[in-house]
Design a protein around this ligand. Structure first.
Ligand SMILES: *Cc1c(COP(=O)(O)O)cnc(C)c1O
Length: 452
């Protein structure tokens, strides 16, 4: 350890960072080497070679520690709302920069304490055409809050065809159990009738809940009452009709060549009393859960003690404000999700042609390829939209090099082809994609040559 720390190669690191952080990194590197010696039984020559490489390994360890926990990546997968890449890409940092002070709970006119969420609640309600709205940390929180406030220790009726799981950890029956509401399942997986809901109504019934099948479809011999029919039944019994809509769809998706999905406004018009959805799906904003509906149902949520635990932070509020304003003013191109949806296939093909030419000049055998992009992230299951990109040979090895590039580029593998869909790549990132491919391809093919 002493010899390692006084190695001239590490002197600049010790000077810049102090001795302790470098010693910590060295300890980890040495531990790993000891393990390898014990496990693989390295001989004297091999150990000497590893020891000579130690200063370099310690520097690499320090670089690894410097890396941000969440590096920005270029998404070339063609999945617009990629759950593993943070769902909706956010627009540039909101102004005022969220790092400074904000008039968050401060009324600038009176100089008194203001209401944190009031201005944003009005804007959300206006955008979705609802009397009232509320924002929480995510849609799971929204549903938890709704059920806790309106149905605790009582029953909520749900069709067996709608007991959904989203992204592995959101499972409707489990959220329901956590809220203290009792799940009453009705109907069958493929068919549920209005009379099933009616038969389930009793003393303890608190609400009907409809959950959107965001990430799967049921096809074939199926049946389900319409929302209007359910709403009429709910009204007769003075029960609220709750809808977990999920995606926050606010436009006719036919505009982008996608199948129609009921919008939040359509659900409210059809008789839903409360609709909840995510902020980082089709709204294109930060992680959030939004609840819209009549004041009589939304206000108990805002006053519930759990609300304090589930409320969003100031960065999400500031970002949401910016995204809502862009929707309100029809400036959809400022919301990255809609900028990507709005790209024409012709435009993507032109970018691919330009990139391909540059790459082939640099010796990368890239060719243009028609692709299908998907919205993803628990929206519009099964449906794809035409897109265009590049394909290069090289399989896993090239894909891995692309991921290790700075900034990392995440692509799709199809058999032995690496496919880069340009719909999810911002045009200003094309140069990065080119540089990453040239580097990845060079290293990968050097390797192959070396192996021959
Ligand atoms: C996405 C989704 C959820 C989970 O939302 P989060 O914001 O990830 O908590 C719940 N229900 C439906 C129907 C969804 O589509």
């Amino acid at each position: 350890m002493h010899l390692l720390l006084s190695d001239p190669d590490l002197a600049p690191e010790v000077l810049a960072r102090g001795r302790e952080p470098v010693a910590d990194a060295a300890r980890r590197v040495l531990d790993r080497l000891r393990e390898r010696i014990a496990r693989d039984g390295l001989d004297g020559g091999a150990v000497a070679a590893e020891v000579a490489r130690l200063p370099g390994a310690v520097r690499a360890e320090l670089v690894r520690l410097d890396r941000p926990a969440y590096p920005e990546v270029v998404n070339a997968t063609g999945v617009l709302l990629h759950t593993n890449l943070g769902r909706a890409p956010l627009p540039p940092v909101p102004s005022p920069v969220v790092g400074g002070y904000l008039a968050l709970e401060y009324d600038l006119e009176t100089g008194r304490r203001g209401q944190r969420l009031a201005p944003l609640r009005r804007k959300m309600a206006e955008l979705f055409g609802a009397p009232s709205a509320l924002m929480v940390n995510n849609n799971a929180a929204a549903l938890l809050l709704i059920l806790s406030a309106l149905a605790r220790d009582r029953e909520v009726v749900v069709s067996r065809g709608q007991l959904i799981e989203i992204g592995g950890s959101f499972r409707l029956p489990e959220v329901m159990a956590a809220s203290g509401a009792r799940l009453v399942e009705v109907g069958c997986t493929n068919r549920t009738h209005l009379r099933d809901y009616e038969a389930a109504i009793g003393e303890a019934t608190a609400a009907f809940l409809v959950a959107h099948r965001s990430n799967f479809r049921i096809v074939g011999f199926t049946a389900e009452p319409t929302l209007a029919e359910l709403s009429a039944l709910a009204r007769t019994w003075k029960l609220p009709l709750l809808v977990d809509q999920g995606s926050g769809c606010l436009y006719d998706l036919g505009r982008w060549g996608l199948p129609h999905e009921e919008t939040v406004a359509e659900l409210l018009a059809a008789g839903a009393d409360l609709v909840c959805f995510s902020g980082d799906k089709l709204l294109g904003g930060p992680q959030a859960g939004i609840v819209v509906g009549a004041e009589r149902w939304v206000e108990p949520l805002a006053r519930h003690p759990l609300y304090r635990a589930l409320r969003p932070d100031k960065a999400a509020l500031a970002w949401m404000d910016r995204v809502l304003a862009a929707h309100r003013d029809g400036r959809l191109e400022e919301i990255p999700l809609y900028a990507m949806l709005g790209q024409s296939v012709d435009g993507l093909r032109r970018r691919a042609r330009r990139l391909g030419r540059r790459l082939r000049q640099a010796g990368v055998p890239a060719r243009g390829t028609a692709t299908r992009a998907v919205v993803g992230g628990g929206t519009t299951p099964d449906s794809t939209l035409p897109s265009y990109g590049l394909a290069v040979p090289g399989g896993q090895a090239v894909a891995e090099r692309l991921r290790r590039h700075q900034p990392p580029v995440v692509a799709r593998l199809e058999e032995d082809l690496v496919v880069l869909d340009l719909r999810t790549v911002r045009p200003e990132q094309d140069a990065v994609v080119a540089a990453a491919l040239v580097a990845a391809y060079r290293i990968a093919s050097d390797r192959q040559d070396g192996g021959r």
